[in-house]
Ligand binder design. Sequence first.
Ligand code: ACO
Length: 402
Amino acid sequence: ALDISKLRDLTGYITLDSGYKNTGCTKSAITFLDGEKGILKYRGYPIEQLAEKSSFIEVAYLLIYGELPTQTQLNEFEELLKEHSDVPEQLKTILLAFPPEGHPMGKLCSVIASLSAFYPESLKPNASESEQNLTLVKLLAKLPSIVAYIQRHTLSHSYVASDNNLDYVTNFMNMAFGGHAGSTKVDPVVIDAMNKLLILHADHEQNCSTSTVRIVGSSDCNLYASVAAGVAALWGPLHGGANQAVIEMLEKIKNDGGDTAKWVAKAKDKNDPFRLMGFGHRVYKNFDPRAKIIKKACDDILNKLGIKDPVLEIAKHLEEAALNDPYFAERKLYPNVDFYSGIIYRALGFPTEMFTVLFALGRLPGWIAQWKEMRENKEPIGRPRQVYVGEVDRTFVDIKNR
Ligand code: ACO
């Protein structure tokens, strides 16, 4: 049996909080979140106002530099991003070396980490403020090209070059969808929808991927490798990967005859590993304000584009069935940001496997802002402790005697 007093001798006293459910790891001035009241603010501005009135790049500037830009600052920032939007030719070749059918998130992780090889100045431990700024600008500027090229590579389409006459989001959509027959994707309705989605994903305080970026960065690791680690954390279906998993679940329900009550029952069954994807959140215990905005945007966009997606009806029925069920009410489980986002991405023409990559495109300003804040605050290296529960005292046994 475990002798606790002996363990204390070995470890001292340690707070054990698996999953960091109630442990703050930093002070941050970027994003405010009240999970009980369903409030989300970036730098003090309510998410509802930003989603309604702002552009993604304006929000990126706000998150990274702390203030809304003046028109001149915004113009200069946009010009700087355009100047750096191209990616090196060798980087395009790296993508071509992957099997097209490989998962886009695997490609994204590798390509972002490889930027540190293309831009070795990002490794400089004592880079000046302007050098550090250029490193982050390059990442923000190049990610739309990288994401669009990953999509085109996955679909075996040739690349479309970045066009400096277009704004950030329009340029991205043009690179992702332009240049092949039948593309009408650069429609103002589509651009507006993309801006909204990217803004809603732009930061969310110390979630799994963001805290990964911070902890990797805390070892003085460069921004590109830190963000690549964040992309890996985002990939899991309990985090950003949920947007792909939601659509796959809704399709399955549709093909199974659309009986949402049956799937709600399955999600409640503790002997069944199935969970309702896009439901529940570690912090929101009332509603996810992003989900409210996205649900409305989803209806608007599908109407404006004249698209009828049977999966949207399934999603609405599923939400209603779950919300009227005591299991979900007792556990305070509500739709999260990912429940309706995939339906919009699909309406805009993105392949399902690209959904989490799009989440990463949106989350990038948050990851950058959090990495920068952590460095500016000179936070110590992240190094959690553990409570050791293994064997304590053993003597080596030679292999022939085991
Ligand atoms: N379906 C069914 N039951 C659920 C669900 C769900 N989606 N989510 C939580 N529960 C249940 C759990 O089984 C548990 O029940 P119990 O108390 O009877 O054991 C209870 O609700 C609490 O759940 P935890 O897993 O302890 O909550 P946690 O805060 O650790 O997890 C998470 C949060 C991961 C988001 C969880 O709700 C989940 O798996 N949701 C589905 C995946 C998803 O949509 N992820 C995206 C989150 S948003 C984002 O990252 C962008």
